[in-house]
Design a protein around this ligand. Structure first.
Ligand SMILES: [Zn+2]
Length: 273
């Protein structure tokens, strides 16, 4: 396994050297003269706090200097959480769909429907019909459950488009520029770690049942903006790409993801019925 200095990102052969059973010395980086990875001595709580504070050093530590084998467990939990938000009509995506499609029912009024004057909205798209499903309270429990699987597949497709778009553009940028080789498994691990920001939507999902549509919009927009920051930092760590490229790329990739979920959900529902 090749390691990297968490401060400057230069490759390192070892993180520490052992001098006997209880003595070890952290390796110094030959380029920046700092400690290659100070985090190997840190408590996981400190590392988590540094990750929340969007520290590049902590992100490099996880991606390059640990095995991070359980990333797929985190990926599944995050996918379920994101699906729950869409399925439960409580996410930024739901706010966008319910307002763009002008969906007013017991599940949306007072939760995600913002009452924007129709003159400011575009004409509803034809797919809006399948998003107007009526109230979940009236639906059969099996239909309700099946709808969760439909949303899970649609959300997974959206995330795949998001990741592939970023991977394709950043690979192209790399070919044009630095020639830095980036392993695709590192990209998936990095993206999973960055996607963990989605857990910040959890307090709203758990305790925010009485929150107004505007409070929800504010909360989810702040989480989304924070997410763009986390992903942008992660792309800088992975590709050493400039923020001038990463931020517009992330905004476009997020829009593509939203459009994919919006179109895939009716298609999957039609296939499964
Ligand atoms: Zn260094």
């Amino acid at each position: 396994m090749s390691y990297k200095c968490v401060n400057c990102g230069v490759a390192a052969t070892a993180l520490y050297k052992t001098y006997g059973p209880s003595v070890l010395k952290l390796t110094k980086c030959e380029t920046c003269k700092g400690t290659v990875d100070k985090y190997i001595e840190y408590d996981p709580v400190i590392i988590t706090i540094d990750l929340i504070l969007i520290s590049k050093e902590a992100q490099r530590h996880i991606i390059y200097n640990t095995e991070f084998k359980s990333f797929w467990k985190l990926l599944i939990i995050l996918a379920l959480l994101e699906t729950y938000g869409v399925w439960h009509n409580d996410s930024l995506f739901s706010i966008a769909v319910n307002n763009l499609c002008d969906i007013q029912n017991n599940s949306t009024v007072n939760t995600t429907y913002l009452s924007i004057p129709p003159t400011y909205l575009p004409e509803p798209w034809s797919e809006c019909v399948s998003w107007r499903q009526g109230d979940k309270e009236d639906a059969d429990v099996f239909i309700w459950e099946k709808d969760f699987y439909v949303q899970f597949l649609a959300t997974a497709a959206g995330n795949l488009v998001f990741l592939l778009n970023i991977y394709a553009v950043m690979t192209l940028m790399r070919k044009l520029g630095s020639q830095k080789v980036v392993c695709s498994s590192q990209v998936v691990r990095g993206a999973t770690l960055a996607a963990a920001h989605g857990a910040l939507a959890l307090p709203q999902l758990v305790w925010g049942t009485n929150a107004s549509p505007h409070t929800r919009l504010l909360h989810y927009t702040l989480v989304w903006l924070y997410g763009v920051g986390v992903y942008s930092n992660m792309l800088t760590v992975l590709y050493e790409g400039p923020r001038l490229v990463t931020i517009p790329l992330l905004v476009i990739s997020n829009l593509l993801k939203f459009v994919t979920i919006f179109h895939m959900s009716p298609i999957i529902r039609r296939v499964l019925t």
